[in-house]
Design a protein around this ligand. Structure first.
Ligand SMILES: *Cc1c(COP(=O)(O)O)cnc(C)c1O
Length: 389
């Protein structure tokens, strides 16, 4: 008989390099594999299990929704989508939201919205979207085209036209490329997959100034940085800017598939009946998960707690000789090592019961926002041991 991994590999397309770990269950920060081995998970499913594994209130809300109504087409209304959308828009300070099922879909919506706004007002030819070198915006053809990394621009030709890449933090490059064909500039305030690199304040200021001047939309891809990940509700708050469009996904519903594209008042009515849709978008289960996450993230002291834990992690990491530098904001942390290879550190950590991520050549931490100090201490102790050997 085939074991799980053999069965999996013989039937699931091999698009991921996977670790030989079969996850069975989890509670809080702790994951348990099928052999009963326990792991402290500082990756939280790439920042998706924002409240950890199977948070009690979140699970109750999701299960109650499953037993009430699990899906209805978007030809009808649900109270849970209304409540969640209302709460999300008010908390984030936006007017309208469109729900999809992933980060890529949220970005697709943003791209369509920007192009339609420009088409409605200026006609054809003003369709270019500027994104940044080293960005990551998703795996669909449009979001791959948007992604500013050559490694993603292979095999699937032809890619979509109308995407131009500017070097992050290079204001002159931005100036040179922000011509009259541009309808939007899309940024990650902290590039996640690109290596946990925060943008410079000056550059972000320049993006917003130049875009405002030319009636060009600023799209903030907060798929990874949003919903408390950086210690602010949205990472844009660190830079004192509010984008025209914000996209969210990963941590938004605590591990249920969801994507959201938020539009400010000026762009609230750009996407009209029949111009966009998604069968599963705004699914009641996803909305119930999202509402449970939101309620927690906006609760008294929650974000302060995220920041306190971030400071603790940085302080502990700084004590480790092997650590060259630390990047990122809040509980989105990149660690550059002096001599060790990040992928090998992650592999070694797995053996010792610690789950970590990489981002380019860095070790990346995206712990659940609710991680307890004791668990954090234990996780960092294992990491320290590995780095000091
Ligand atoms: C993960 C990610 C995406 C893609 O999200 P999917 O849910 O995998 O489609 C897009 N943008 C950023 C910044 C991300 O981190």
């Amino acid at each position: 008989m085939l074991n799980t991994i053999e069965k999996f590999d013989s039937s699931v397309m091999q698009t991921y390099g996977r670790f030989p770990l079969v996850m069975d269950n989890g509670r809080g920060v702790e994951a348990t594999d099928e052999n009963g081995k326990k792991y402290i998970d500082l990756g939280s499913g790439i920042g998706t299990n924002s409240l950890g594994y199977c948070d009690e209130k979140w699970a109750d809300a999701v299960c109650a929704q499953v037993r009430a109504v699990q899906h209805t087409s978007n030809y009808y209304y649900t109270k849970i989508q209304a409540d969640f959308a209302d709460m999300l828009c008010k908390t984030a300070g936006f007017s309208r939201v469109f729900f999809g099922n992933s980060g890529a879909e949220a970005n697709e919506c943003a791209i369509k919205l920007a192009r339609k706004y420009s088409f409605d007002k200026y006609g054809k030819g003003r369709h270019t979207i500027i994104t940044l070198v080293n960005s990551f915006h998703g795996r669909t053809i449009a979001t791959l085209s948007a992604t500013g990394q050559d490694v993603f621009h292979n095999y699937f030709f032809p890619f979509l036209e109308g995407f131009v890449h500017v070097t992050a933090n290079d204001i002159d490059d931005l100036k040179a490329k922000l011509d009259d064909t541009v309808c939007a500039v899309m940024i990650e305030y902290v590039q996640g997959e690109g290596g946990v690199n925060a943008l410079d304040q000056d550059f972000v200021d320049a993006v917003f100034d130049m875009c405002a001047e030319k009636d060009v939309l600023v799209i903030a891809d907060e798929v990874q940085t949003g919903i408390g990940r950086t210690g602010k509700f949205l990472a844009g708050e660190w830079f004192d800017h509010k984008a025209d469009i914000v996209t969210l996904a990963k941590g938004l519903a605590g591990g249920v598939p969801i994507g959201a594209c938020l539009a400010s008042e000026k762009y609230a009515d750009v996407l009209t009946k029949g111009t966009h849709g998604s069968t599963f978008g705004g699914n009641p289960i996803a909305c119930a998960g999202g509402k449970a996450v939101l309620e927690r993230v906006v609760s008294e002291g929650f974000l302060d707690n995220v920041l306190a834990k971030s400071e603790y992690i940085k302080k502990e990491l700084e004590k480790i000789d092997e650590v060259e530098s630390i990047s990122g904001l809040g509980l989105m942390i990149g660690i550059t090592l002096k001599t060790k290879n990040a992928a090998e550190v992650v592999k070694e950590a797995l053996d010792r019961g610690l789950l970590l991520l990489t981002a380019k050549d860095k070790v990346r931490l995206l712990p659940p926002l609710t991680i307890e100090m004791d668990d954090l201490r234990n996780g960092l102790r294992i990491l320290k041991q590995i780095l000091e050997e």
